[in-house]
Design a protein around this ligand. Sequence first.
Ligand code: ZN
Ligand code: FE
Length: 264
Amino acid sequence: MLTAQRIPAFDDNYIWLLTRPGSLGVAIVDPGDAEPVIAAVEAGGFQPVAILITHHHWDHVGGVADLLSRYSVPVYGPARETTPHLTTPLQEGDRVELPALNASLRVMDVPGHTAGHIAYYCDGGPEQQPGLLFCGDTLFAGGCGRLFEGTAEQMHDSLSRIRFLPDNTRVYCAHEYTEANLGFARIAEPGNTALQHRQQKVREQRAAGQPTVPSQLGEEKATNPFLRFDEPELVRAAEGFAGRNLAPGAEVFGVVRHWKDTLD
Ligand code: ZN
Ligand code: FE
């Protein structure tokens, strides 16, 4: 079964190594820094076969040049952004085939955080094993990325399409922001008991120094306000913040995103 190994980087980034137990090939997702990646590759005796980039921010691409001086691998990334050393530009519907890992990843266009942001999705196959989603700074555990280059409408559309993926999908986002995200989620949706339980669990994990990523998409659908733009309680809360009636969907999403920005 495909899985991903977490490589902490900087203060709160996660670089992911896509691996298949029993195989030495690995794909490196969003290497903002080369050094911890090289250490993990050497410790595991791995052989990198590809670098996968979700978007152009430095904390996701900063290690690409140094990794290429050591490993001769293709660099996949968004067609609509400028990525250093990109060899294979990708857009919606493209597939990344990684025979060394016996993996095939589907590319999704998920603009919003940046204008050309993409995500990589590997489905769970006929046995409906958990799929893997590498979504960079689009969907976070308990939150979503800020709108630096895209619009609320674009991000709403991107997250709506992610919401269609199966509940057992594992969400490999690129930052450990979960505890702070859930603090805001509780303000936006105080009556959500699944959210209360998740916040409690995440506080305990963080107090014990444990990561909270990957999360499960089903849990995100139940507790992440940025996937809940049509839930009546959240719509009412957003209307309370905005001081006017709002249409469920993109309008509510945009207000909730702005609401969180005012508190960060
Ligand atoms: Zn970013
Ligand atoms: Fe980032």
